[in-house]
Design a protein. Structure first.
Length: 129
């Protein structure tokens, strides 16, 4: 049994299968989930767990070389935009519709309970060496 870090067995297993260049979509409860990627749905109730909690937890486990978010987040959800800009030095913005298209290529989707708009980010996995 794990004593720290991510305790969800489905999420731990999915993270262990990721490699360099794989995409991980961390999304709010309203984001349409594309067919294809493995999905770990953490949503429990509106706002639980939050987008910020899940992003911060994933960043403790993953090497991320880049991230893409919807440009609409900057105006519609300043708290999420601030988190993204603080945590990712290589952050690209695209229109929300384009982010939805890009998410179809993700290897993993992690759905949060976040109920604020545009709290979505597509992470690109890096390598630790």
């Amino acid at each position: 049994m794990l004593k720290a870090g991510i305790l969800n067995r489905h999420l731990c297993g999915a993270l262990a299968e990721l490699g360099h260049g794989h995409g991980v979509l961390v999304c709010d409860a309203g984001m349409p989930i594309p067919a294809g990627p493995r999905v770990v749905d953490l949503a429990f109730r509106a706002g639980v767990p939050s987008f910020a909690e899940v992003v911060e937890g994933l960043l403790e486990e993953l090497v991320v070389e880049g991230a893409t978010a919807a440009s609409e987040v900057r105006e519609a959800n300043p708290a999420a935009a601030e988190l993204l800009e603080r945590r990712f030095t290589r952050l690209a913005y695209v229109p929300h519709e384009e982010l939805k298209e890009l998410s179809a290529g993700a290897r993993l989707v992690v759905r949060t309970g976040e109920a604020r708009p545009y709290a979505n980010v597509l992470l690109r996995c890096g390598v630790f060496f």
